[in-house]
Write a protein that binds this ligand. Structure first.
Ligand code: NCD
Ligand code: ZN
Ligand code: ZN
Length: 456
């Protein structure tokens, strides 16, 4: 007998919806069928009235483990994911030590796997100092590589060590080498030189209010870095993914570029779709993240970019910091670390836009599950509900109206959350990973260590 039957839900794929039942055996979908009555399994979940989405993928999280577990660890991070309908996360390499060698990748897997409540993939960090390590990390299963185009602030150089470049020739060398591994290079596109200049100027003017952060990294600094990365990737014919795009300028550039180079991909995050610089007034240093919050017209341009395919996916860039660390920026914004948590709340925020008809539910599936799986080479194992796919599901109640509350979050960074008190419509009521329930009615029921390291 099959292990699990999800009975009579509305299955959602990027192409449409269908009322059907799903049978699962050994963690895989074995059938999706509309004739329901005769189906039997050891365990049954009644999904009538619910929508069944392929488990969400969040290809951009910082779970801080090992090395900075006061901010988050792989247990709290993956519990937070499960709560938000996310069954696969891709963790960034900026843990301690930074993942810049094969040995460090192996060691990181060893440390975090026993805490994993959802499946995970890992990025390797790439910089000019570890070009000879890239092949080894790729062979060990790194999903892709990550490079910052901007230097970290002086107090965080350790945290980003070896994974940033600050000039075009270094980016060229990194991209050239990443290409030989067959992997994608993901870049944090902010232009170093201009930003360092503007920071110095603002500091000389005595600015340390929260919005000075946004003033030090204006829209054009993203556009400059994006164009540099695009031009170099074209010259090398290398695969480029642009992380957390936040500006109208960048959307325009990417749209133009994709006409001739459709292999380029890009992502944005809820905080760029829903927040503006206004957030500094209410949230102070908690609203400090990189790239910074922008203007209303940037929000609008991103929505247009999502609708016309310029932006391929929505990720959280879950970047937790403790309240104490953030509070250091209350008097002086330069002292606060950038980043905001969000792996748990991407789905309800987007479901609310489904209720408002800005998105279709199929778009949510495409942007948060299917497209990421396809881009990073884990489709159709992930990102799909079909025979042979992993039995990863997010069961969603579209009618439920509720309020996002900081103190109900699983992340350690709950006190820094920016959407506290937001009224939302639509809730993930159960999450299933490879045929096992890992979240039910807001309670985590998954076992740490059930999450696997996945390879492309
Ligand atoms: C991230 C972090 O804290 O690790 N912060 C952020 O503001 N986005 C780093 C990053 O993704 O750039
Ligand atoms: Zn980044
Ligand atoms: Zn990030």
């Amino acid at each position: 007998m099959p292990d699990l039957l999800i009975r009579a839900g509305t299955i959602v794929t990027e192409h449409g919806m269908m009322k059907a039942s799903i049978l699962v055996e050994k963690g895989k979908v074995i059938s999706v069928s509309q004739s329901q009555d005769t189906l039997r399994a050891d365990e049954e979940i009644d999904a009538s009235g619910l929508y069944v989405l392929p488990g969400l993928i969040d290809t951009h999280v910082h779970f801080r483990d090992p090395g900075m577990i006061q901010k988050e660890d792989f247990l709290t991070g993956t519990r937070s994911a499960a709560k938000g309908g996310v069954t696969t996360v891709f963790d960034m390499p900026t843990t301690q030590p930074v993942v810049t060698s094969r040995q460090q990748l192996i060691e990181k897997i060893r440390v975090i796997q026993p805490k994993a409540t959802v499946d995970f993939a890992l990025y390797g960090g790439a910089g000019v100092g570890n070009l000879s390590e890239l092949a080894g990390m790729a062979a060990e299963g790194a999903i892709a590589f990550k490079t910052y185009m901007v230097a970290p602030p002086s107090q965080r150089t350790q945290e980003y060590a070896g994974t940033y470049v600050t000039d075009a020739s270094s980016l060229y060398r990194v991209m050239e080498q990443v290409k030989t591994t067959g992997k994608i290079l993901c870049v944090h596109a902010e232009h170093d030189n201009t930003i360092q200049y503007l920071i110095t100027q603002l500091q000389m003017q005595g600015r340390h209010d929260a919005s000075a952060h946004a003033d030090s990294r204006p829209q054009f600094t993203e556009a400059l870095a994006v164009s540099e990365a695009l031009v170099i990737s074209k010259a090398l014919n290398a695969r480029l993914h642009l992380l957390h795009i936040s500006t109208r300028e960048a959307v325009d550039l990417i749209r133009f570029w994709k006409r001739n180079d459709p292999a380029v991909t890009a992502e944005t995050c809820p905080h760029y779709l829903f927040l503006t610089k206004e957030a500094f007034k209410e949230h102070g240093p908690n609203a400090k993240f990189n790239p910074p919050p922008r203007d209303k017209f940037d929000n609008e341009a991103l929505w247009v970019g999502l609708a016309d395919g310029t932006i391929d996916m929505i990720v959280s860039d879950h970047a937790p910091h403790s309240k104490q660390e953030k509070d250091e920026g209350q008097e002086d914004i330069w002292k606060a670390p950038p980043g905001t948590p969000g792996v748990e709340t991407r789905l309800p925020l987007l479901l609310t836009e489904v209720a408002r008809k800005r998105l279709a539910l199929e778009d949510v599936v495409r942007l948060c599950s299917t497209k990421p799986a396809k881009i990073f080479g884990i489709y159709p194992m992930k990102g799909e509900i079909a025979e042979g796919s992993d039995a990863d599901f997010a069961l969603v109640d579209l009618q439920r109206e509720w309020t996002l509350k900081s103190d109900e979050l699983e992340t350690k960074a709950k006190e820094t959350f920016l959407f506290d008190g937001w009224k939302v419509r639509g809730q993930c009521v159960a999450t299933c990973l490879r045929g096992k329930l890992i979240m039910k009615d807001g309670r985590i029921v998954g076992t740490p260590g059930f999450g696997h390291f996945i390879r492309p």
